[in-house]
Design a binder for this molecule. Sequence first.
Ligand code: PAF
Length: 288
Amino acid sequence: MTAVAALPVVRTVPDLRGRVAAWRTEGLRVALVPTMGALHEGHLSLVRQARREADRVVATIFVNPRQFGPSEDFSRYPRREAEDAGLLAGAGTDLLFAPAVEAMYPPGFATTVSVAGVSAGLCGAARPGHFDGVATVVAKLLLQALPDVALFGEKDYQQLKVIERMVRDLDIPVAVRGVPTVREPDGLALSSRNAYLTPDERAVAPALHRVLAGIADALAAGRGSAATLTARGKAELEAAGFAKVDYLEVRDAETLVAVETAERPVRVLAAAWLGRARLIDNVPVPSR
Ligand code: PAF
């Protein structure tokens, strides 16, 4: 085991299991916060919530090659473990699990976890195979650490629903918690990929949240259908400077099935391109 900025770091599954098993014999409750690093306040809010829910917090940093498409940003995804470890320690993390790719996917690795239904459409349509990669790595991390609770940001809302479904379907004994999105004062959702934005693009980026919030308010007030509001919203995003809108949709908050009105809890979700950055965001529709 090594230590970075006073935070113990393990890189193998036996070392991780050894640490967690020792806590278990003391009767301690364990939380897991999976990340890909390049941490920001959104990740740290997961750690702080984890601290409130458990006696010990394990964070993971693993840039998972299986959730990136061939033309996506795997190789240029920001990697800064030492800085991240300092942030995690400051937020109350007890242990960092940062395995190498070969430790997670040794030669001969042949299993893919695929969650039908909630993985389809939205980011699943724009990024084929992405949620298979997410479900596979999260299943592994949960089974490696066997935490009592695991925390994920609501910013990746479809990911959260995929993980909830997988945990239910596979009877993985863990409570999954979604934690609200942390935003800049102008509404932009914090994301590691915001680092790709130029200053001009950064000035445009808050339009994404503004448009989503406008649609949510209109739906809550019964001012228009999902189809009309999202068509107008797409035009607004393109006029603001977004090069391409992958999707802007209104979905049932639990099943992610498309809906036209907000009779049940619904969510407005979008993904759109600004320069090299693909931004995603979502908001709940306030209940009527
Ligand atoms: O949200 C992320 O950072 C990743 O998708 C996750 C859950 C850590 C799996 O690689």
